[in-house]
Ligand binder design. Sequence first.
Ligand SMILES: *[C@@H]1O[C@H](CO)[C@@H](O)[C@H](O)[C@H]1NC(C)=O
Ligand SMILES: *[C@@H]1O[C@H](CO)[C@@H](O)[C@H](O)[C@H]1NC(C)=O
Ligand SMILES: *[C@@H]1O[C@H](CO)[C@@H](O)[C@H](O)[C@H]1NC(C)=O
Ligand SMILES: [Ca+2]
Length: 795
Amino acid sequence: MPRCYGKVPCRLWLSPIGILYLSTFWVAPVMLHPQCLDFKPPFRPRRELEYCVMYKEFGCCDYDKDQELMTRFYEIMNNVDYYGYATCAGFVMELLCQECSPYAAHLFDAEDPNTPVRTVPGLCPDYCSQFWSKCSSIIPFLSDDPHITKLKEDQTRLCRYLALDDEDYCYPHLLSNQKLSQNLGRVQSDSEGCLQLCLEEVANGLRNPVAMVYANDRTHRFFVAEQVGLVWVYLADRSKLERPFLNITKAVLTSSWEGDERGFLGLAFHPMFLYTGKLYVYYSVEVGFDERIRISEFRISGSDMNMVDHTTERVILEIDEPASNHNGGQLLFGHDGYLYIFTGDGGMAGDPFGKYGNAQNKSSLLGKVLRIDVDNNHRGPLYRIPPDNPFLHEQGARPEVFAYGVRNMWRCSVDRGDPFTEEGKGRIFCGDVGQNKFEEVDIIEKGRNYGWRAKEGFSCYDKKLCTNRSLDDVLPIYAYPHKMGKSVTGGYVYRGCEYPNLNGMYIFGDFMSGRLMSLQEDRRTRQWKYNEICMGKGLTCAFPGLINNYHPHIISFAEDAAGELYFMSTGIPSATSASGVVYKVVDPSRRAPPRLCHYDPRPVTVKSNLIKFVPQETLIGIDLPSINQPEPQPTESYDWLQELIDRLAELGPDPTTPSTTTTTTKPRRKNRRRKGKSRIEGVPEIQNGAVRLVRNDHGRSDRGRVEIYINGEWGTVCDDLWTPRNAAVVCRQLGFRNALKAAKNAEFGEGRNLRILLDDIQCEGTESSLLHCKHAGVGTHNCAHYEDAGVICGN
Ligand SMILES: *[C@@H]1O[C@H](CO)[C@@H](O)[C@H](O)[C@H]1NC(C)=O
Ligand SMILES: *[C@@H]1O[C@H](CO)[C@@H](O)[C@H](O)[C@H]1NC(C)=O
Ligand SMILES: *[C@@H]1O[C@H](CO)[C@@H](O)[C@H](O)[C@H]1NC(C)=O
Ligand SMILES: [Ca+2]
């Protein structure tokens, strides 16, 4: 997990997301969006259209539909004589071909499922009267709508019936409507260049989902790993197997503390999994008194293809972790077939270990990209060193090292390359989490130095190392300052089939700010162009099944077997909170032509119960009834924003109607709803007595104000009678061995927006939580926040 320094920074998301919600609410431009009669975005047909050629570049018809319309045209025209043909053929063709218009759903009133779909597109009055005067005799052949048949003698009434409310959008006026035709088919962006995308919910109820991978065995299953050490199988239809694929919760070291970076962190299937049955996992363990990261190999069960044989674990590599943060966690197979392992620098702040830190020290496996060969390891060593590893012959260097100068790469991916030209194929992209100022995105190259701790992003961190001529580091392709986010989550270059506009776009995010971002390379200059990604405003995401909001803590990204892009985020970043959701990224402005992205999954034999997927999320901010509300001022206040968000959520459409424009309201409270309906049996929420360390500034995670969770709320602890023994209970609970200091007088800031929950605590030092020590009753105190207690922990 990326680092997250406790409550205060973890919660900052509410401001940016709140503003995002606000802008959907205040701006809410009721703009049309391109949509076909099948409720999906338009596309460029694969095969050239022969009839409705005006929509051959972009529209809603593929070749088959076009042929069908042409057949209909001839059927209709069979009923008229030569004169009728000469005057009406053009009209009939135009009317029929509007099914291919990118705005077909609008022209045929198909956007509102409460009204029947029109048989004739919405016509502008002038056009309608021309049509009527020349071709009224043809109307019965065009439409079987009894209403139209009835009105066909009455031009005024017929044309009123065929009109659309908004004259700019009727046929043919919409053709000359600049706003509708410009940028048609391209990703829409707002005035700030923020790309408007939408999401589809794919899975939910997950506890800190850290990874989602596929097995490369053509089953199109996806495997989602939770930080506690569980991996779940989902079938291509998104149903989930009740029995876990892998369960190593007993071995995995983690806690319920929000932002704990330890746990089950990574998972990679062998590229030839179908034949080898092998997969690799990366997790935190406690061995004696040491914390380590472990990379293990497992094999699939011989009798159940949806289950790992838990007896097959072989530990490939174990590395001591000097502190509980910065554990890296990415595993992946490169296109060279080798296993890449991304470790963190070992933790604390500023990579303090050794003379110049771990990351610059090639004798250490920490702060590195490692590369090993795990093929044919059934006999002999568990892994071999690839013969072209860069430091094989450098004295003192570990031969596993592939690249160095890494702080804590959180989420890396391999680019599949352009589907046609293969450009970019095999590149490895990573997000490297920063220290105090910058988050960065890197492309990993063999033998290179990624700069840490000499540099953080483009800037110097350790001045002395930074100015050393022999540093010879690679700069990031992009770095962003902490006002945009404080913990990068690396993503993927989109190479899927369904959304051609996104091809080549590197999409990534930030765990702390909830920001989604994109980079696109200018092929000429090789410069990477940045664009933020926003959720589509107004009606942009008003397609059935799409949503326009997500939980803010972006934990990880994923690609499915077909190359479509996903991300995972949660509302409460605790390994025990089942509020994680998997989202698929959708471009509402354009899709691939129908059937292009079709695949037939290899059958899966299922021996466990299947749990059908039930989406929980809804589109928000659409067609809000006008309400009288004072314009709110931006503020940091948690409760105020939460309330506004709740209120907006309550105005959202009822999730049970597939309506895109419905104004039905249904009360819902985001967090409450999620807590109430966790659908995984027996999932503990945060335990009573759980603690976390919080600092108002940005710093080490081994120290901070003590906050405790009791009966559904977080609160602070007073320092009356606060002793090293009390501190020891807290530190051990958080996975540290010792308490170095019992801090008093709000040394780590005041938790003013929380209640003071405990006072007069007296521990023996062996209790498992402060609740088990002597203390005044919960909530009973005679102290104030300037006495908030803190700790500094150590190992
Ligand atoms: C995982 O295994 C543990 C024992 O190691 C067991 O208590 C737990 O119920 C299992 N979880 C699931 C979801 O099967
Ligand atoms: C480099 O790392 C190794 C292994 O951890 C350690 O023994 C050595 O002292 C470090 N070197 C320096 C210069 O810090
Ligand atoms: C620069 O780095 C090299 C290699 O790490 C080291 O040998 C040298 O002493 C450094 N020079 C200075 C001036 O620190
Ligand atoms: Ca760097």
